[in-house]
Write a protein that binds this ligand. Structure first.
Ligand code: NAD
Ligand code: UDP
Length: 339
């Protein structure tokens, strides 16, 4: 399984050959999670010394345990909503720590708010102290129920500030405001990436952590019903993890993107019911499709306008949905056999 991911990490390294990280010191929060672990691995592969920060709220040690022993890997168990002191010059900070699954919003709203507000401020203080470049992982959720789709960065969003998802949407919005305040008031080199649904190996499928792709794949592989919420006519646009991490690395080093906010995601928009059928087909599964109630405030459409990322960074996703799903399915299959 580590081997499958290694090949994908090499793909990120190839795609980011313009980004030089040799001899640099980087701090990644949320490093034991899905996106954070990929980012750490890619940056270590590119020669950086990486301080990986996580409190295992939703992340797993097994996502990064294989990096132990590498002299460029340092792990700090820490809650980002508390101050963090590092006595070494840091060149880059990627603030990715936050629970991200909608099922978690109901159980951990205050933790989520703290990670994206206090946590963002704490990491920006470190960036200010060390003159480090800073990237904040924001989300397409800041657009709420958008009235403009595909959604460009200049759209301000249509968000329910007191709904069940507001702990996430609104704290990401404040996280963006805090980031812009450090850019304007202190001149910190900040970037905000608004990430649209991203999937791949190392996503959790269990309990409240499961997002739609790992849930459908594990249900299909086990021959259990595939649980479509609502009628399945809501849409999402799914980006494979290597494409997203490539974009994030390009953004971090971009000289022309200081103080900018950039959408990243795959512009192919599909319905959730279509996703269920594609996964059924790719897994050769006989699972029935089962319909369940739609959670409140579930966004009806999500699709990024990525014109800005193309122009600023020359970035666009390369991995087709079916190919990314096949790689993800293989990873989940291997994991099932191991368990
Ligand atoms: P994840 O749950 O796999 O990873 C989040 C990581 O942050 C976990 O390892 C968790 O333990 C850690 N964490 C949470 N709170 C923390 C705290 N207070 N202190 C220290 N560590 C903490 O989720 P992910 O999908 O990898 O998401 C990573 C980031 O990207 C999040 O900020 C999320 O909002 C953002 N994002 C992800 C997606 C996506 O589709 N995966 C989309 C939009 C935005
Ligand atoms: N979804 C679903 N069945 C599931 C899990 C999710 O139909 O078992 C739907 C969910 O209602 C949403 C979409 O899939 O419309 C994406 O859900 P996910 O949790 O991945 O993230 P979101 O995009 O809502 O943040």
């Amino acid at each position: 399984m580590v081997g499958m991911i290694k090949e994908d990490v090499k793909e990120i390294t190839r795609e980011t050959k313009d980004a030089e990280f040799g001899g640099k010191t980087v701090l990644v929060t949320g490093s034991a999670g899905f996106l954070g672990s990929w980012l750490c691995e890619a940056l270590i592969e590119k020669g950086a010394t990486v301080y990986c920060v996580d409190n295992f709220a939703s992340g797993l040690w097994e996502n990064i345990s294989h990096l132990e022993g590498n002299e460029n890997f340092m792990f700090i168990e820490h809650d980002v909503s508390k101050l963090l002191t590092i006595n070494e010059k840091i060149d880059f900070i990627f603030h990715f720590a936050s629970r991200a699954s909608p099922f978690e919003f109901e159980h951990y709203p205050l933790e989520i708010i703290d990670s994206n507000t206090l946590g963002t401020r704490n990491m920006l203080e470190l960036a200010r102290r060390y003159n480090a470049r800073f990237v904040f992982a924001s989300t397409s959720e800041i657009y709420g129920q958008p009235k403009v789709v595909p959604t460009p960065e200049r759209y301000w969003g249509y968000v329910n500030p007191i709904g069940i998802r507001s702990c996430y949407d609104e704290s990401k919005r404040l996280g963006e405001a805090v980031t812009m305040a450090y850019y304007r008031q202190y001149g910190v080199d900040t970037k905000i990436v608004r990430i649209f649904n991203t999937y791949g190996p190392r996503m959790r499928a269990d309990g409240i952590y499961g997002r739609v792709v790992p849930r459908f794949i594990t249900q299909a592989l086990a021959g259990k019903p595939i649980t479509v919420f609502g009628e399945g006519d809501q849409t999402r646009s799914f980006c494979y993890v290597t494409d997203l991490i490539t974009g994030v690395i390009k953004l971090a080093i971009a000289e022309n993107a200081k103080g900018e906010v950039v959408n990243m995601g795959n512009p192919r928009e599909i319905t959730i019911l279509e996703l269920a059928h594609i996964i059924k087909r790719l897994t050769n599964s006989d699972s029935p499709i089962e319909f369940h109630p739609l959670p409140p405030d579930d966004p009806q459409r999500r699709c990024p306008d990525i014109t800005k990322a193309k122009k600023l960074l020359g970035w666009e996703p390369k991995v087709k949905l079916e190919d990314g799903l096949k790689r993800t399915i293989e990873w989940f299959r291997a994991r099932r056999h191991r368990e």
